[in-house]
Design a protein around this ligand. Structure first.
Ligand code: HEC
Length: 146
């Protein structure tokens, strides 16, 4: 190992000006190669929430709004809210008595299959794709943390 570092050191210092100029670029390139896949692999909450916003409008917007009840209850602040607690909305008994609090896990199960998560709930809809569920949940969460 030590030998290896020494030889890198030598090549940095023992060479002509062209190399001295190129070396920082080479190091930069290595840095980019090492860092890029890592940052791309990490889910970016901001982008997820933006995508979730569009999905929400398209897929949930027919039945839900953020600040008024439609066929489904208003959803602003639903993340970390206890299920079935918007006073103006008439929930199914099943949802109202579920004792669930909405977080990543419960929302994911709900959106995967509402009836399976809470038998006899009234939401006749599900989102099949895990990445779409994650994006919508990130969006709902971002509304709760503001
Ligand atoms: C076909 C209409 C419809 C669609 C589409 C729909 N929902 Fe619903 N949603 C409902 C109804 C109705 C309820 C109330 C269910 C009950 O009382 O059992 C509900 C309840 C909920 C609740 C529980 C809210 C609370 O206050 O406890 C959440 C969370 C929710 N929906 C999220 C979503 C999301 C996110 C989407 C889009 C991915 C979506 N829904 C799409 C009709 C719909």
């Amino acid at each position: 190992m030590r030998k290896h570092f020494a030889s890198i050191g030598c090549s940095l210092f023992s060479i002509g000006p062209a190399r001295l100029i190129l070396t920082p670029f080479a190091l930069f390139a290595v840095g980019v190669v090492l860092l890029l896949p890592r940052s791309a692999a990490l889910a970016d909450p901001q982008t997820d929430a933006e995508r979730g916003h569009q999905l929400f409008d398209k897929r949930c917007g027919g039945c839900h709004a953020l600040d008024n009840d439609k066929e489904g209850p208003r959803l602003r602040g639903v993340y970390s809210r206890k299920a079935g607690t918007v006073p103006s909305f008439k929930y199914s008994d099943a949802l109202a008595k579920s004792g669930t609090t909405w977080d990543e896990v419960s929302l994911d199960m709900w959106l995967t299959d509402p009836d399976k998560f809470i038998a006899d709930a009234d939401m006749d809809f599900h989102l099949d794709k895990a990445d779409e569920r994650a994006a919508v949940i990130a969006y709902l969460k971002s509304l709760s943390s503001r």
